[in-house]
Design a protein. Sequence first.
Length: 278
Amino acid sequence: MNYNTKMNFTFESLKTSRKSVINLRKLYLEHLNGKKDKDCENGKNDDINMIIEECINEFEKSVLDNLNMARAISYVWKLAKYEAKDERIAKAMLRLDEIMGIDLINSDKYLNEIKEKEENINKKENFILGILGVIGVALLGILAYVLAGIAGYYVWAIPAFLTATAFSGYKHLAGKISVISAFIIFILLAISLFIATFLEYTWRLYSLYKEEYIVTFMEVLKEAPQIILEIPDIKSAFTRDLLVNGGILILGFIIAFISAYKSEDRFAKIKKIDDNKM
């Protein structure tokens, strides 16, 4: 159709166009990797040169005919589907691509990206291994949080680091991240941050009480829940830290989830590899 003709847009037509572009890239690469016919080089067989000249001329005429791109692209396909694979056809396709703007010259890169996405979509998720990795990260996060708190450092940055590390570790071990596994990661991190905050406050109470009483950490640990809940100032500070940590965790989770989910290439509803098979 011409550029000034109304287009009946549908997602099915968009999918068909996507397939066509992928096919065109494959055919371009086949010609690019093809060898010149020696008879053509010696002038004994100039069929390829003739077809190239014809298609280029007709393509240009079609473009000048009120941008009749449907007809113009038909000559691109005529070149691409030429049975003999020859790099001169690939060069001619590149010349026409200066008008089409498909970026055929980078076809190899695009096709490799599509292949990687398809493999990722069909890859099985190793849920158990991934969750074990997250649990390991969570335990290290608890330790880091408590030690940072004991040392008097800013511990609220740990939830953000913990979230990023957990998602990265899970994807590395499991191979991919699903919606369900993402929320399980969030729950595990939330539990670990609660435990970490509680242990940090318990250590603070232990440090305070051991100055006046002979007491062990385990004894303070047993009494810590009651102390935290009954003393207003401690309860207020503990609640504040939980809310701050929770807020940072939620924000980090949203960012990490979007990043991880986007990399899975599922924002678009692509069925499977069949969509790319011609």
